[in-house]
Ligand binder design. Structure first.
Ligand code: PEP
Length: 249
């Protein structure tokens, strides 16, 4: 019922030339693959080459971050109008690296989500606990709080397009992965919180991705969990072969 979505987060890697080369190698590896929605999220400077390079294919393109305002005096930022004008269809919001290094708060995440929904960009909203929170037994509380604050003001009608990524921060870029059971448990909790706020129908249609050191050799076990509706992949998405292997788990 929920079409899985597998997204690549290239973080601050790849020049436009490298991004173009990647797409050339990657597209033939996923031609005709329609079981999953496939999304590449390059850095802003590569969007202009990746979007035309995937045109007409089964691959969509998203940004990694954007400002909540439609335009304004915000030096160094990218707006939703700029992203949609060049054909981006998805946007990662509240990635833990943004929260950790750029002081992105739940309030900002909520504002960005509202902007994305208004402009019909599919938001991939990232939430997840840090190691100390998991070890202290606070994971459920942290996830409930993050999803609740992200969804403030969101109506059930708007919410169906939202994609949530559960990314335990201790698993991102560390080679440590949540076990499939741990991830499924977190996804169930997130879905039940969404149901409480927006209704069961909405909760059942929202895709919840797992992210955190997904690799070709652990993708099957994670993605076979019925609660896991896809993956947000960082490091292992930088190589076209490895990302294609994850997609074809
Ligand atoms: C990410 O960047 O969202 C991510 C999950 O990274 P990695 O796959 O490298 O852990």
């Amino acid at each position: 019922m929920r079409k899985p979505l597998i997204a690549a987060n290239w973080k601050m890697y790849k020049t436009p030339a490298q991004a173009e080369e990647y797409v050339k190698a990657f597209l033939p590896l996923v031609t005709g693959h329609d079981r999953d929605e496939i999304v590449l999220c390059p850095s802003d400077t590569s969007l202009g080459v990746v979007i035309p390079a995937v045109a007409g294919s089964n691959v969509a393109v998203g940004g990694q971050n954007m400002h909540w305002a439609e335009e304004g005096a915000y030096t160094g930022e990218t707006s939703v109008l700029m992203l949609t004008a060049i054909g981006a269809t998805h946007i990662i919001i509240g990635h833990s690296e943004r929260r950790q290094y750029f002081n992105e708060t739940d309030e900002l995440v909520n504002k960005k989500l509202a902007t994305a929904l208004k402009h019909k960009l599919t938001p991939i909203v990232c939430i997840g606990e840090v190691l100390a929170e998991r070890e202290a037994g606070h994971t459920d509380e942290v996830l409930r709080k993050q999803i609740t604050l992200a969804l403030v003001g969101v109506t059930p009608e708007d919410a169906e397009n939202i994609v949530v990524a559960y990314e335990p921060v201790w698993a991102i870029g560390t080679g440590k992965t949540a076990t499939p059971e741990m991830a499924a448990e977190a996804h169930l909790l997130i879905r039940s919180e969404i149901a409480r706020r927006l209704g069961r129908h909405v909760a059942d249609s929202i895709r919840i991705l797992y992210g955190g050191s997904v690799k070709p050799d652990n993708a099957i076990a994670l993605l076979n969990q019925p609660e896991i509706d896809g993956a947000l992949v960082g490091g292992a998405s930088l190589d076209p072969q490895s990302f294609a292997k994850i997609i074809k788990y």
